[in-house]
Design a protein around this ligand. Structure first.
Ligand SMILES: [Fe+2]
Length: 193
């Protein structure tokens, strides 16, 4: 299941776009990329060393995400890992899921800007009785991207983004959201009590 709803208005989307592009190089200099699935030296690969809640757009992100998570009865305290993805021409994110083997959590993506048709693909093991793709035995669902829209999903759900065919940068904000949890590494995790 993927929950999608409008989280940010156009002005807020523009503010986040400007901030991500202005700080991208600084964030990259904090450490090497630790994730190869988004290409070499990608901002995505700094997911665990810089949390965008600890930046100038942090108050805006918190103002919007808090009521959203409260609405879906997320249990506080929450620890959120938050990073940004910048995909330029011919860059995408390979099929992956965020789950680890020690804790269940939720994931969220907020689309900021770029070609809306690239979308995000979610992959689910098919029910054998209702398989739509017998070749791979997977159900693949594509959602077109909408600026400012959040997608919330379980950490076990595999997903990917096809290569960006355009010159326009595709930017999204991603989060891993842990309920009933306080992680002490505050560079990596932002706590909402
Ligand atoms: Fe992801």
């Amino acid at each position: 299941m993927v929950i999608r709803e409008q989280l940010l208005n156009r002005k807020e989307v523009d503010e986040i776009k400007r901030h991500v592009l202005a700080t991208e190089d600084k964030v990259k200099r904090l450490g090497v990329s630790r994730y190869p699935g988004a290409g070499e030296n990608a901002l995505t690969g700094r997911f665990d060393i810089f949390n965008f809640f600890n930046s100038d757009i942090g108050p805006l992100l918190e103002k919007r995400i808090k009521p959203f998570l409260d609405k879906y009865n997320f249990f506080r305290p929450l620890s959120i890992q938050c990073w940004a993805n910048t995909l330029r021409k011919d860059q995408g994110i390979k099929l992956h899921h965020h789950s680890n083997d020690w804790q269940q959590f939720y994931c969220a993506n907020i689309f900021i800007c770029g070609d809306q048709e690239i979308g995000t693909y979610y992959v689910k093991d098919a029910d054998p009785e209702h398989s739509r793709n017998l070749a791979t035995k997977k159900v693949i669902k594509k959602f077109k991207s909408v600026p400012g829209e959040i997608a919330l999903f379980d950490c076990n759900l595999p997903h990917y983004v096809k290569s960006n065919p355009r010159e326009d940068v595709r930017i999204s904000i991603a989060m891993d959201i842990y309920q009933n949890t306080i992680f002490n590494n505050t560079d990596r995790y932002y706590v909402i009590k």
